[in-house]
Write a protein that binds this ligand. Sequence first.
Ligand SMILES: C[S@@+](CC[C@H](N)C(=O)[O-])C[C@H]1O[C@@H](n2cnc3c(N)ncnc32)[C@H](O)[C@@H]1O
Length: 221
Amino acid sequence: MSEEQVTEELVSSEMGMKEYWNEAYLIEKKNFSDYGDVGEIWFGEDSGLRIVRWLCSSALVKKDDRIIDLGCGNGMLLVEMAREGFINLTGVDYSQNAIDLAESIMKKQNVTIGYEVCNFLSLDGSAMSREYAIVLDKGTYDAVSLHPHDSKGKREKYILNVWKLLKPQGLFVITSCNWTEKELISHFGAQFCLFDVIPSPTFKFGDKTGNLFTSLVLLKK
Ligand SMILES: C[S@@+](CC[C@H](N)C(=O)[O-])C[C@H]1O[C@@H](n2cnc3c(N)ncnc32)[C@H](O)[C@@H]1O
């Protein structure tokens, strides 16, 4: 895709549905209990480490900041953060199996993270009644964007809910493989401004280059 093209909506997929994720994490739960395999790390382990490195090096971020990971899956991003000394970590996911897996991994890793089953689009659950200094998303806005019914409405609800969850001047760190930097800025730009771009690996195809995924730090306006 050329730099100038902007996608309106994605072609829907089963990855937009809760049933898909619940099935996927059921298998991963079994793999973890049978073999100790934590399962899929979206966009690769390096993507999470890049985010953690950025957070550790930012003067705006404190180790006791209240931080939430939306659609945390197996929770490995939060585990990496706990290892770096972050002490106020919450993970939410609408898949009960994902939260079961994340809790089992947390116990084995001997770190402390608060987990809760919650559909972020309906803001249910007690984790949704608090304000956060930092909201993380690695692949969840992508999943929401793939929903077969009213994906645009769901994306807009998602953006509004992230805004509500953040304290004034809070940071939203989003990593996406489906949307470019330009597209993310056009979606989030009314409520957030671009604060930084976390470098991500590039690829070359013919005379075109691109990023394997986009990782942005957005500041709540
Ligand atoms: C691509 S996976 C990414 C998982 C994890 N963030 C990672 O990096 O490995 C997308 C995750 O978003 C969760 N998810 C999608 N829509 C959600 C919603 N409305 N509320 C809560 N979780 C949701 C899915 O269950 C899944 O765990």
